[in-house]
Design a protein around this ligand. Structure first.
Ligand SMILES: Nc1ncnc2c1ncn2[C@@H]1O[C@H](COP(=O)(O)OP(=O)(O)OP(=O)(O)O)[C@@H](O)[C@H]1O
Ligand SMILES: [Mg+2]
Length: 257
């Protein structure tokens, strides 16, 4: 069996699948597939090749098995003297997610905590640079960052995720991927009018002028969390005060463990 890579025709993202040598021979000679000289890895030149496989088959090669390692999450976090967490900030653009995340990380870092911020814009510069803002791409955007956050929590970190993440279903998906009690949803609640007034990136001005498609709160919905672990109303408060509320929550969580 060999592996080849190609474009997933649904999401335009890379996919891998496994085929027998015989099938590969057919694909290679008759269907526009090219094979690297010294490897078993193929590149599909025609993205419709293999299109009859269903999506889950393409994404889940059968011969991949999880390998358990002896140094686990508990061991990694123990030497950091901290309990891993995924602090998932959700809210409109300009609501203050990145600003509060920054204040929080500074404070945790000053107290010797090992943290990492996964910020929407930053992740779209690298890992998710191939994704746009269609509904399908937004879902994939969240799935990837959730997987990344899960790995970082497994490494023992306190992960701060700062993503608009407008859809309840995606946030539920992210929550369900994490260990019990590890996903902490934080609703950064700022009225749309206030976000548009702040407009730190000038995006509302463009969106209201019809220059940006699928803009959350204007031409794309934002589904408010129904029961977040924390609900931060930002108007009338300083970012540092709001960061402190999150820190106090983390302290209580440690004490309750
Ligand atoms: N209480 C507050 N908390 C957070 N930000 C505030 C607050 N009051 C005013 N601001 C200002 O609001 C703006 C919030 O911008 P920020 O980039 O943090 O938003 P965001 O939610 O990360 O947006 P995006 O989703 O587009 O990245 C900043 O200019 C910040 O200074
Ligand atoms: Mg931000």
């Amino acid at each position: 069996m060999v592996c080849f890579t190609g474009k997933d025709s649904i999401r335009s993202s890379p996919c891998k699948a496994f085929f027998s040598k015989a099938v590969l021979f057919f694909l290679r000679h008759d269907n526009g597939v090219e094979m690297e000289q010294d490897s078993d890895e193929l590149v599909l030149m025609d993205p419709t090749v293999g299109a009859d496989m269903n999506a889950s088959q393409r994404r889940r090669p059968k011969n991949v098995r999880w390998h358990g390692f002896d140094v686990n999450k508990a061991a990694r976090s123990a030497i950091k003297h901290q309990r891993p967490a995924i602090l998932w900030f959700t809210g409109l653009s300009g609501s203050g997610k990145s600003t509060i995340a920054n204040a929080l990380e500074r404070s945790l870092h000053a107290r010797g905590k090992h943290t990492y911020v996964l910020d929407g814009d930053n992740v779209r510069h690298g890992l998710n640079r191939d994704l746009g803002f269609s509904d399908a791409d937004r879902v994939e955007n969240i799935r990837r960052v959730a997987e990344m956050a899960k790995l970082m929590a497994d490494a023992g970190l306190i992960v701060i995720v700062s993503f608009i993440s407008p859809f309840r279903e995606e946030r539920r998906m992210a929550r369900e991927m994490m260990d019990q009690g590890e996903f902490i949803e934080i609703f950064v609640d700022t009225p749309l009018e206030e976000c548009a007034r702040r407009d730190p990136k000038g995006l509302y001005e463009k969106a209201l002028a019809g220059k940006i498609a699928n803009f959350t709160g204007i031409t794309s919905p934002y589904e408010m969390p129904q029961s977040p672990e924390l609900h931060l109303k930002t108007v009338g408060y300083q970012p540092a005060q709001l960061a402190l509320i999150v820190e106090e929550f983390l302290e209580r969580r440690i004490a309750e463990k």
